[in-house]
Design a protein around this ligand. Structure first.
Ligand code: BGC
Ligand code: NOJ
Length: 810
């Protein structure tokens, strides 16, 4: 069952019923100011950091679901409705929500009166525009009342929910005509405030929630709206809000447009006030003046469209499969930008107060994004590396506002450092900018102990080498990529978190996933060393990589697949001798990408075991059989019910590792089959089962052991976005930047006739046409550039021009 459709021309997903199986959301903003918006206008806004600078309040896990947002209420002769259906939920005659790239347009119609709300954050601004267009489509004159509504959050989203004994006293506002200011805590340690403005004189307002909503009313029926009369209230403590009030008349056919603006302002310390206790509004007025007319707003919207035209022009696929094209050209790239911006902080599953920028997460997110805005990717890499420790270890997470490592979220995940090599290598391959390696980068944000970025990579590499266990395999630490494989944790206390609690000392648990990861990025490190003339460094690295390969072959192979780990006691994890969790996906992915034992047939065997034991109708599950009892020496993984999350869920992040492994041995059909299984556009028809948005990946789909296999959770903020983009573009389509040029090395189903890709790299555009007349899966027989045949399959002209690249597979 579908709940809308793709409008590829406009790059929108059009939702045609408000009652989607779960709120289907979108993100506004690309730089500093961000908003989450659901298809019924729910969600919230923040500046940079969803925890520390939350502008508007949102209640997660609420009943009803998705309560709170930028709401408009219309009261016409006692009929009350909202353009986005919620919160009033009066049935509408027409409803439509168009989620586009960094904007959302919601339209509702009741009895011939139409209200369309366009929401977006203009480029280079700190505000959300809400353009309201009211149209009288009926034959009669209409007269009605319009109320806007936002509820302020008292900045720190965590404290806002918890510290009521204080918070109910602190709220402060100022009212200045059509601008309602929120200035809680401004007079003490804050130098920032927010405002909600409308570009017309108001006929009334409210700034106090109780006056507007009523103490025992709900958002669906606020007192002021039901009575058709604002309270003109001034908030003192309790819960400040912002609501504008209008009485509007529209002749038949008449249209009225208004611009609402939700903004954030910072003032320099010595320019905070214009009079005693009166905030300096100058910068707010300046911000407002940029968007105070429909014309200005339309122009800003146009700029945003052009911005996306340009971003998406760097990789354009024409495959003849509209679902694939729309994922590769639009939605997958879009999701990569969102994960790059948000990391794991704020979604409808991440509450924006815990998991900020993940060290491993952000490094991985980058690989789906680096071709769009390489300068920002570089800045991010340096930010991440700046939180690294001097021994190469890492904070697991840092806060976007302060860019400081955050201990409260746990640490000692021994895979973390290696991902820095991945992101840096991808950045250099994309840009050719080796200069990043010479940047001086602090440790734990302390510039006095800075070293070059290259030294950070070296420390990342040696962090593994310096932390090997009894089998010569990497020690896992708290966990590796799989946060829930807590082999040293031994927790029997429900009041502590697996992610932060102290680990048992003396543990020698080892990870074969990190071993595979180390072989892949160890080789990458050595290749990079050679690129910059550090051949001795490279030789040393090669030795460590070679011995890791040997260690995996000797101690990491179970006969039919790669083992997953050795536990605290040195017992095998993920081997045939285990009763549950006999096989895990992560080590199959990384060791096959690393091609460990390829000649001996290990890679092929391992991938066949994946097919046989882990594949299912909706994707590849993480492990099998699922754990059905708590195993104290394994930790959180065995806490989840079978089929969910890290316990045999389809953890979509790791499926592309298997796809890439398959392309390494030339099995294009199988890689493609796996790709399609979890790719959202191919799941649109089962949206009732899948539940999350059909335009973005979810982190997890319930696995074959779950109660409802195929049901997804945790959409949007997941490494799944970047990895699937990486797998399809770099390995299945095979268009892959390398240090010396653009590699063309497709691995596709033999029945594909071919495809074309326009790829921009280092300012040069390549129009690549791949033809598969020989019906093979892999192999390039012939390649011409601008009509001239070249040797091999790497194009390396970077002259800022356009080039025609013809590729014949065979
Ligand atoms: C989740 C993981 C997450 C971890 C850290 C676990 O409960 O299943 O996906 O990475 O918590 O917050
Ligand atoms: C989600 C986390 O964000 C990511 O870092 C981790 O690798 C996966 N969960 C798997 O546990």
């Amino acid at each position: 069952m579908k709940f809308g459709f793709f409008d590829d021309e406009r790059r929108e997903y059009v939702i045609n019923t408000p009652e989607t199986p779960w709120p289907w959301i979108n993100y506004l903003g690309n730089e500093d100011f961000f908003s989450l918006v659901s298809n019924t206008a729910g969600g919230y806004s923040f500046y940079k950091d969803a925890k520390f600078r939350r502008l508007t309040r949102y209640r997660y896990n609420n009943v009803p679901m998705d309560n709170g947002g930028r709401y408009f209420y219309i009261n016409e002769g006692g009929t009350v409705w909202s353009p986005g259906w919620k919160p009033v939920k009066t049935p509408l005659d027409n409803y439509e929500c168009r989620h586009g790239l960094s904007y959302t347009k919601i339209t509702g119609e009741k009895d011939g009166l139409e209200a369309e709300v366009l929401l977006f954050v203009p480029l280079k601004s700190w505000c959300e525009v809400q353009k309201m267009k009211l149209t009288n489509k009926s034959g009669q004159k209409r007269s009605f009342k319009l109320f806007s509504f936002q509820e302020w959050c008292l900045w720190n989203a965590e404290d806002d929910q918890n510290n009521l004994q204080r918070n109910l006293n602190t709220g402060e506002v100022e009212i200045d005509g059509s601008t309602l200011y929120h200035k809680t805590e401004y007079k003490e340690r804050r130098n920032h405030y927010a405002f909600y403005h409308v570009n017309e004189p108001v006929q009334g307002f409210d700034t106090d929630r109780e006056s507007f909503v009523g103490l025992y009313n709900e958002f669906s029926g606020p007192r002021a709206v039901l009575e058709g009369k604002p309270g003109n209230s001034v908030a003192h403590g309790w819960s400040p809000i912002a609501s504008h009030y209008f009485e509007i008349e529209l002749e038949p056919g008449e249209t009225k447009e208004m611009v609402f603006l939700l903004g954030y302002i910072e003032n320099p310390e010595d320019e905070k006030w214009e009079a005693k206790n009166v905030i300096n509004k100058k910068p707010a007025k300046a911000a407002i003046s940029r968007f105070d007319s429909v014309e200005k707003v339309n122009a800003a919207f146009d700029d945003l469209r052009k911005y996306w035209d340009n971003l998406l022009d760097g990789f354009v696929l024409d495959s003849g499969d509209e679902k694939l094209d729309r994922m590769v050209n639009i939605w997958n790239q879009y999701q990569c930008m969102v994960t790059f911006n948000m990391s794991r902080s704020a979604s409808f599953f991440e509450v924006g107060i815990g998991r900020g920028m993940g060290f491993r997460d952000s490094n991985q997110d980058l690989i789906g994004f680096v071709h769009q805005i390489p300068e920002r990717a570089k800045e991010r890499i340096i930010d991440i590396a700046s939180t690294q420790f001097e021994d190469g270890g890492a904070y697991h997470q840092y806060q976007p506002l302060t860019k400081r490592g955050n201990d409260a979220i746990g640490g000692n995940f021994n895979d973390d450092p290696l991902w820095l090599i991945l992101s840096t290598a991808e950045y250099i391959k994309e840009t050719g900018d080796y200069g990043i390696l010479d940047e001086m980068v602090p440790f734990d944000n302390d510039m006095s102990v800075a070293k070059s970025h290259f030294e950070h990579l070296k420390l990342s590499f040696y962090h593994v080498v310096n932390n090997l266990g009894p089998h010569g395999l990497p020690l896992i630490g708290r966990a590796d990529w799989n946060d829930c494989l807590n082999l040293n944790c031994f927790s029997n206390n429900p009041n502590e978190s697996f992610q932060t609690t102290e680990n048992k000392s003396g543990g020698t648990a080892e990870s074969i996933m990190i071993a595979g990861l180390f072989v892949v990025y160890g080789k990458e490190y050595s290749k990079l060393c050679r690129q910059i003339g550090k051949s001795e460094e490279a030789n040393d690295a090669d030795k460590h990589v070679d011995s890791m390969v040997e260690a995996i072959k000797k101690h990491g192979w179970d006969g039919e697949w790669y083992l997953r780990a050795y536990d605290f006691y040195g017992k095998k994890v993920g081997g045939n001798e285990n009763e549950e969790g006999k096989i895990f996906i992560e080590s199959q992915g990384w060791c096959s990408m690393a091609e460990v034992g390829k000649e001996e047939g290990m890679v092929e065997k391992a991938l066949d075991s994946v097919k046989e034991k882990l594949d299912s109708k909706y994707g590849i599950v993480l492990n099998n059989p699922a754990f059905t009892k708590y195993v104290i020496e394994y930790g959180e993984i065995s806490t989840y019910p079978a089929g969910y999350k890290e316990n045999a869920g389809i953890f979509c992040h790791n499926n592309p590792w298997i796809m890439i492994g398959e392309t390494n041995i030339g099995r294009g059909e199988r890689a493609w089959e796996y790709y399609k299984k979890i790719c959202p556009a191919y799941l649109e028809d089962i949206s009732d089962l899948h539940r999350t948005e059909p335009y973005v990946y979810a982190q997890m789909v319930a696995g074959k052991d779950a109660a409802k296999p195929g049901e997804a959770k945790n959409s949007w903020l997941t490494g799944t976005a970047a990895w699937n983009y990486y797998a399809i573009t770099r390995y299945i389509l095979g268009i892959r930047p390398d240090y010396d040029g653009l590699v063309v090395d497709p691995c596709i189903p033999a029945y594909w006739k071919g495809f074309s890709v326009k790829r921009r790299l280092r300012g040069t555009t390549f129009n690549i046409k791949v033809q598969n007349t020989n019906a093979v899966s892999k192999g390039v027989a012939r390649m011409t550039v601008d009509g001239k045949e070249i040797k091999g399959n790497v194009v390396s002209v970077f002259d800022g021009k356009e080039h025609d690249v013809q590729v014949e597979m065979g």
